[in-house]
Design a protein around this ligand. Structure first.
Ligand SMILES: [Zn+2]
Length: 445
């Protein structure tokens, strides 16, 4: 056994040699490992996906989301000279090696999650573009299989308006130094930082479908938008524990609606989010068990709807926008806990959302607004909710009610309407969908 070595304070270099038979992914990108495929012309096409399982499936690392290398990472991929190796960030060196091989060195200078560092090897070609974003010139780079080049040039034209939209709502793209990239992948897609994996078959929608069923998810590529949205929530702001992964997926799923709003207006975005409710199951809470590398349930569509609900309660898109961009500024390149995010939203909106978060993140119960007409008055309260649940409710005519767990009463004259049929309530989960697990019937707004 060799003598233990004491490291000096500061930066030390460790060289680790390792080799093994790589674990193969069975259903990428949903389980982890290497993906060995051939492209349509029978040539090798190889990459890795390891979200969830973790990067230790293929290289030695401190495999935990709570820590990221402060100064980025360098990845060198050695391929036969007939193939191309693509990694994260920028190509910083390309070296010819003996035996007809090439070493492709890729460098990221920003903090990055282990699971986002991924090599892709195939018959890639590159084309580039640039745009002026909020932090100046942003380089866009696309690595696609040679036979996809022409359709990629057309299909990826969505990227510039998408980044413009995301910057408007969520603040500057978080990795200007590392550029923005899309890389053809033999699986559906993944948010690999500054090398987003793309595998949606150059179709719009999600494999050609509109997940929301609203009709507003058909004319843009779901994978480009969703996985790029993760550059803000997941890659810029990363949760320390997988249990809090709602922060990654809920805000990113909501970024789809923001993109719909940029493209088609607010009404379309509302309909898109409401349409997503058909994908909510309410089986397990959104926050998973801590310390065991496990995410919660319903972190996509239910989370996006929770954020949409919070936006309605804030009722001021200037403030809402400042919260989204403020999160990305104040937690820039950081790892966070759910409580940091929850508190931030309450503090910046000056509305205490703690019980709303408790309700939707930590239980599967759908709060029910109970109300009855006593003649001249409406009595109302929340039921099926956590103790202290106090989410305000806005009526169609912009009158606000502030239900609690106890009945309160309001004169019908105070509601500003006489015909009770005109009472339309803005709240997120109607009681008639409670029993049905899958939300089929959407509220009116
Ligand atoms: Zn996602």
């Amino acid at each position: 056994m060799s003598k233990p070595r004491i490291f000096k304070t500061g930066i030390n270099k460790i060289r680790i040699h390792f080799s093994s038979n790589p674990k193969e992914a069975r259903t990428p990108p949903w389980d982890g490992g290497w993906i060995w495929q051939n492209d349509q012309l029978g040539r090798p096409w190889v990459t890795v996906a390891c979200q969830g399982l973790g990067a230790s499936v293929w290289y030695p690392c401190k495999d935990h989301q709570s820590d990221e290398p402060d100064n980025g990472a360098t990845l060198t991929i050695i391929t036969p000279d007939t193939l191309v190796g693509v990694g994260n960030g920028r190509l910083t060196q390309k070296t010819a090696l003996p035996d007809n091989k090439i070493a492709w060195q890729w460098t990221v200078v920003n903090p990055i999650n282990n699971y986002l560092i991924v090599p892709s090897i195939g018959k890639y070609v590159n084309f580039t573009a640039e745009m002026t974003g909020e932090k100046g010139k942003l380089d866009l780079s696309y690595w696609v299989l040679d036979y996809n080049l022409e359709k990629a040039k057309e299909h990826f034209s969505i990227v510039k308006p998408m980044i413009k939209c995301f910057e408007e709502w969520m603040g500057p793209y978080p990795f200007y130094q590392d550029s923005y990239k899309l890389v053809d992948a033999p699986h559906l897609g993944m948010e690999h930082q500054s090398a987003v994996a793309y595998g949606n078959g150059y179709m719009n929608g999600y494999r050609g479908m509109d997940r929301s069923g609203s009709g507003w998810g058909k004319d843009w590529d779901f994978i480009i938008v969703h996985e790029s949205g993760h550059e803000w929530f997941a890659n810029n702001i990363t949760t320390k524990d997988m249990a809090d992964m709602w922060v990654h997926e809920s805000f990113t799923t909501y970024s789809e609606a923001l993109f719909v709003q940029c493209r088609h207006g607010l009404q379309a975005a509302n309909e898109y989010v409401i349409g997503q409710r058909r994908n909510i199951f309410n089986r397990l809470p959104m926050i998973g068990p801590y310390g065991v590398n496990k995410e919660g349930d319903d972190i996509y569509d239910k989370g996006a709807n929770m954020i949409h609900t919070i936006r309605q309660v804030i009722n001021n898109d200037g403030i809402f926008k400042k919260i989204l961009s403020g999160l990305n500024k104040d937690f820039y390149h950081q790892t966070v806990t759910t409580l940091q995010i929850e508190n931030y939203i309450s503090v910046k909106s000056k509305i205490d959302f703690s019980k709303v978060f408790d309700q939707y993140l930590r239980t599967v119960n759908i709060p029910t607004l109970v109300y009855k007409n006593t003649g001249n008055h409406i009595q109302y309260k929340w039921s099926n909710c956590v103790m202290g649940f106090n989410m305000p409710v806005r009526l169609k005519n912009n009158i606000w009610m502030y239900p609690t767990e106890n009945f309160q009463s309001i004169g019908i004259d105070k509601l500003g309407i006489w015909d009770l049929k005109l009472i339309k309530i803005f709240y997120p989960y109607k009681r008639n969908i409670v029993q049905k697990n899958i939300c089929k019937q959407a509220p009116t707004e």
